[in-house]
Ligand binder design. Sequence first.
Ligand code: HSE
Length: 287
Amino acid sequence: MKIRIPATSANLGPGFDSCGIALSQYLNIEVVESTDQWKIIHSLGSDIPSDETNLLIQTALKLAPNLTPQLLKMTSDIPLARGLGSSSSVIVGGIELANRLGNLNLSQKEKVEIATKIEGHPDNVAPAICGDFVVASYVEGEVHSVKHHFPMCDVIAYIPDVHLLTSESRSVLPNSISYKEAVQASSIANVMIAAILNGNLPLAGLMMEKDRWHEAYRKKLVPHLDQIRTISREIGAYGAYLSGAGPTVLVISPEEKTDQMVEKLGKLPYSATINVLSIDQEGIQVF
Ligand code: HSE
């Protein structure tokens, strides 16, 4: 059995802790054979455990404590701690592993609920499970989510060669904002979502750049965000936003502008990887 889970990009600017898209980079897990002890063969570095303490197995055992240990192979092209949902992909993979090996028969809705409760937010795990574009809420223990088609476009990921932990990136957020600001921030998010549903990426991109919930507070951690926005406007991409908690910035681009964007982004004075991706429409797959 092989399980494939997509990378994800959360927030889309004003859809903070709520909106996310699935992307065409993947975590792959292969179940090789039953063994005496859990073991994962991977080449993700010595910081990632290869035994039962790995988040993948911990998650699976949380759901099904009596699973027979397995030898697993894991490969991933989702960079770690960069705002592309690497840990969410592992949590979602662990849930699917328990679902299949333990015959739990979980529905997609149940998987989204369990993953959200483990991860704490739905905006990465829900698109990793459902694919495409997902809008979700997690309030007072209740999880609700809606999947919808994201309009055709390229997604350019500007991935700085530095880690930024979600905890660090959340530590700079305020404890409260005023009622007036919250109403404005919510209206911007509402228009962005409605524009995506309408297939209107120029308007969606405009609203993506008007977030009032988190990006202004995080700017000091991600100095490249404003520079990327300037380039995106010059070239005529739809918009750019901080992917999840950062440091990756995603540019939503019409296909014909992508080469120009990549060339200009490559000239910024940072060490970074630039990947041209597309939206993954399927979410988690089991082969
Ligand atoms: N929405 C989260 C944040 C990221 O921006 O901190 C993933 O849950």
